[in-house]
Every structure is written in C-alpha cells, then in structure tokens.
Design a protein around this ligand. Structure first.
Ligand code: ADP
Ligand code: MG
Length: 500
C-alpha cells in the first residue's frame, strides 16, 4: 500500500450536504483492462469472447502439474504502450509475483500479478468535467499510481443449477492491465469522466477494446468520505463495476451510506462491497484483506521482466496522436472551439471519420457537418460509425459542394439525406443530375425578386418604411427557387431593390 497524498483543494461545489454539514467524497479507481491479444498472458490459449465454456483452456491455464508459464510478448509491449500513452514512467525491470488465495475458478491457487515492482509507474490522466450551469467545463488532473500486468481468473456460475455451481475457465489466464489511480477524484462525475477518458485512450492506443459489456474493462471503486479538507477516511472498495453509469451510481450510493453511518455516531469498516445494479445499491461482500494476507512472493517459474531503452523507444515511435494532443491541434490549426474539438476526439471512431472528411478540405465546415448532421443521424439510427451508410468520402464530397458555393446549406441537408439513403451515391453527380445547384447568377435571382415584388406591392411599401420586413422577401425568393438561390445574393438584391 502506498502513502496517500492529497493533491486537491476542497471545492464547495463538489460537497455533499449532510445533517451535520458538508462532506467531501474521495475516490480512487482500480481499472482492470483486458489486453487486446489473441492469446493469454502465459499460455497460447485463445482469448475469444463468447466461446463454449472451458473450450479455451490450455494445460497451463488448468494448472496441470509441471506446466510452466511462458510470457506473451504482445501483452508486455501493449502494457508499455499503455504506460507511454498515460505519460507514465516505464520500469525497465519488473517482477511477477504470486498472489495466493483459494477460489474454485483459480486452479493455480494463486494469481500471477505484479506487486512491488510493476511494469509501469506514475502517470497522469486529464479529465474535463461539466458542463456546469454556465455551460463551462473544468479540466482536472488525475494521478495514476501504477499499471501492472496480471492474470484474470475464471468464472463461477451459481445460478444455472439449484444445488451445483459451474466453473468456466475460458477467462483464466487472460492478460489484464490493472491501472490504479491515486485517490484524486472528488465526485461521481469525475470518476465517470476518468473511466471514459481512460477507455478512450486505451482505444486510441489499441491496447484494450474497452468493451465493458463483455467485461474487458471493469473498475474497482474505492470510496471514502471526510469533512472538507480533513484526514482521509476509511474506504470501502466496490468490486467489479462494469459500466460507467454504475460507477457513478455506486459512488453516489456509497458516499451517502457512509455519511449516514458516521452522522449516526458509527464508524466505517474497511470492506469489499458489491454493487447491485438492479437496486442501485452496494452491499457487503467480505471484510477487506491486507496485502500480507496474500503472501505475495516472486513467482519462481518466471524471471524478472527486463528490457532496454531501445525496446521502449521502438514502441514509443508507434504511439498515435492521442485525444488531448488531437484536441489541441484541432483548436489551434483548424480553429475549432474547445467544445467541438472535444466531441470529435471523444471517440477514436469519430476522430478517424472526421479526419478523413476534413482531409484537404475546410475543417470548420467538415466539423460542423460531422458533429451536427452526421453524428445526429448516426445516433438517431442507432448505428455504429463503422456501419454508417454514408462514407467519409461521400460526406467530404458534400463539404466540397458547400465550400465551392455549388449548393446552399439547405440543399446540402437534402443532399445528405439522399446520399444517406442511396447506397454508393456520388454527391456531385446527384447535384448535377437533379438540378440542385445553387443559383448565384444574379440576373436569374433578380428576375425572381422582381416577380415577388410585383406580386406584393403593399409589402414593398411597408418594407421600405420598416427594413426588418426585407427578410420576408428573402424567404419568398428562397421558397420560389426551391432553396437553390444563394441566400447572400438574394439578400443583397432585395435590399438594393428596396433602397435599403
Ligand atoms: P489495495 O491494493 O489494497 O486495494 P491500494 O493502495 O493499491 O490498495 O489502493 C487501491 C485504491 O484505493 C487506489 O486507487 C487508491 O487511490 C484508493 N484509495 C486509497 N485510500 C483511499 C481512501 N481513503 N479513499 C478513497 N480511495 C482510496
Ligand atoms: Mg484493491
């Protein structure tokens, strides 16, 4: 256990009101992220999800006598890659330890983990919390204590038979990265933002698919409460929380439970609890064990893990641009607002799509269309970006037509719907073939303006007195032209004709 350091100044807006005054909630997360790898950490068995129970179990995973673990280099390099992505210190020497405990789904009788010497040390994750009532976002820095590699356990299934339990060892030995935060979070929103950001970073790095429904990312949520700015209180650890929503709910429930106990004159017992998503509450599982209960010792079957700077440098050279850097670049180079940029980088799939649309094109128009039209439509249709009926190329084609003035924004929306529903459509061709081009020819526009004005002499007189009414003529002309007239040109001509 490491010494706890408080890096935050108490902030009243994050306090929880109790009967005896304000309380501050302290949160530290241990996130288990499954390493993206076809094989397990110490065996060649498959990690595929959803297979027949006990079909992906090698003799090593089943802990047959005499079997020896062999480290999977893919998992090591992905742990280093993740460490680099978290701007963390990479330890050139780390040690695998046995964490001893008995459980039916742990055939070895111990879990191979890293204790004193993890592969990755301290790092940082930046989160953005908000919006508050004024619509502002606040940036908060959350410390990462360490990242270590360890084996996952199997699964005990108790609800399939009235008198028997089943054990499925498919997950036994799958590689996990345990990413331990410092106790730096002060609200459920911060914890949710932390898990969301961590998942985004892992997906950018390609080191974990972040799929919480399939269990490839789970969080142990440590919660304690204290009077603002006081000593750290006793924590409870809520095990295996498997959605971001549940992270928030479990913290809210747990903080209130602890406050109620303390205000009632009681004390908090350090314990391990479970979150019941159906009831939205936590309940006790077991009293908390200490490190010495596990009798950790270096695994004699495995040498310490050692690598040199060249190994780290080679991995560093392949790290892609990560969300924080991408956001900054989109703001600086493309001129996007912080809000738009953060939406675009929030998921790798969105960022990738946007970059393809914007490549060699107007970034602002591209961003506007990806965020406001494309994402809206994707969400409405309940689709993943990967299955979008409109490719980045096609949307890029629409952006080109807007930028060149070939189509108005209004027509662009119609065109977007056409391209969305007609597979493989070429936007430029559609505009050409269906006569959707914007009319910028002032002569043609003037003719329509004249026609509208001739038909509405009373309106003309009124508008000459009250310039605000000019907009009515613009609307009429746009309507008559089927939205194809260039609105700017229409406005200019209408104003000129009214002598405004
Ligand atoms: P263990 O491995 O026994 O769970 P660690 O020292 O690794 O212990 O801490 C686990 C997590 O608990 C870390 O994320 C840490 O930030 C968090 N934590 C420690 N103390 C507190 C506390 N008083 N309140 C909330 N979280 C805490
Ligand atoms: Mg723990």
């Amino acid at each position: 256990m490491t010494e706890l350091v408080d890096t935050r100044t108490p902030e009243p807006k994050r306090f929880i009101a109790g009967a005896t005054g304000d309380w501050e909630v302290i949160i530290g997360l241990e996130v288990h992220a499954q390493v993206s790898s076809d094989a397990k950490l110490f065996s060649g068995a498959s990690t595929e999800f959803g297979c027949e129970p006990n079909s992906n179990v090698s003799l090593v995973d089943a802990a047959m006598p005499g079997m020896l673990p062999v480290i999977n280099e893919e998992c090591v390099s992905k742990a280093v890659r993740t460490g680099l992505g978290l701007k963390a210190e990479i330890h050139k020497r780390s040690v695998f330890d046995r964490k001893n405990y008995f459980y039916p789904d742990l055939p070895q009788g111990y879990q191979i983990s890293q204790f004193k010497d993890p592969i990755v040390g301290e790092g940082t994750i930046y989160i953005s919390v908000g919006p508050d009532k004024q619509g502002n976002y606040e940036d908060v820095e959350i410390g990462v204590e360490r990242l270590h590699l360890e084996q996952d356990a199997g699964k005990s299934i108790h609800d399939l038979h009235p008198s028997m339990s089943f054990v499925d060892l498919n997950r036994t030995g799958v590689a996990l990265m345990e990413i331990v935060s410092k106790p730096d979070m002060r609200s459920a929103d911060e914890a949710k933002a932390y898990v969301t950001k961590l998942r985004t970073i892992l997906r950018y790095l390609g080191t974990c698919d972040g799929n919480m429904e399939q269990g490839s990312m789970r969080a142990d949520v440590n919660v304690s409460v204290r009077k603002p700015g006081g000593e750290f209180g006793t924590r409870c650890e809520i095990k295996n929380v498997n959605s971001i929503k549940a992270v928030g709910q479990s913290i809210d429930y747990e903080a209130r439970r602890q406050i109620a106990i303390i205000e009632d004159g009681g004390t908090i017992d350090q314990e391990t609890r479970l979150f019941d998503a159906a009831k939205s509450e936590t309940r006790s599982m077991r009293s908390k064990e200490d490190a010495h209960d596990y009798r950790y010792f270096p695994d004699p079957d495995l040498l310490p893990l050692e690598f040199d700077q060249a190994y780290i440098d080679a991995i560093a050279a392949t790290i892609p641009e990560l969300p924080d850097d991408k956001k900054e670049r989109l703001m600086k180079d493309v001129g996007l607002s912080a809000y738009d940029a953060s939406i675009l980088v929030s998921e790798k799939a969105i960022a990738d799509y946007f970059e393809l649309v914007a490549k060699g094109r107007d970034g602002k128009i591209s961003a506007n269309w990806v965020i406001n039209n494309f994402m809206g439509k994707i969400n409405e249709a309940g689709l993943e970006i990967e299955n979008s009926p409109i490719s980045a190329d096609q949307l890029g084609g629409i952006v080109d037509l807007i930028k060149s003035g070939d189509i108005s924004n209004q027509i662009a929306k119609e065109l977007f719907d056409i391209v969305w529903s007609e597979a493989g459509a070429d936007p430029a061709k559609i505009v050409e073939e269906r006569g959707m081009k914007q009319v910028t020819d002032t002569g043609a526009i003037e003719a329509v303006v004249d026609e509208v004005m001739a038909g509405n002499p009373d309106q003309v007189e009124k508008a000459k007195q009250n310039p605000k009414l000019a907009g009515w003529f613009v609307g009429q002309v746009m309507k008559q032209s089927g939205g194809k007239a260039n609105p700017g040109a229409v406005q200019k001509i209408v104003k000129a004709k009214l002598g405004l």
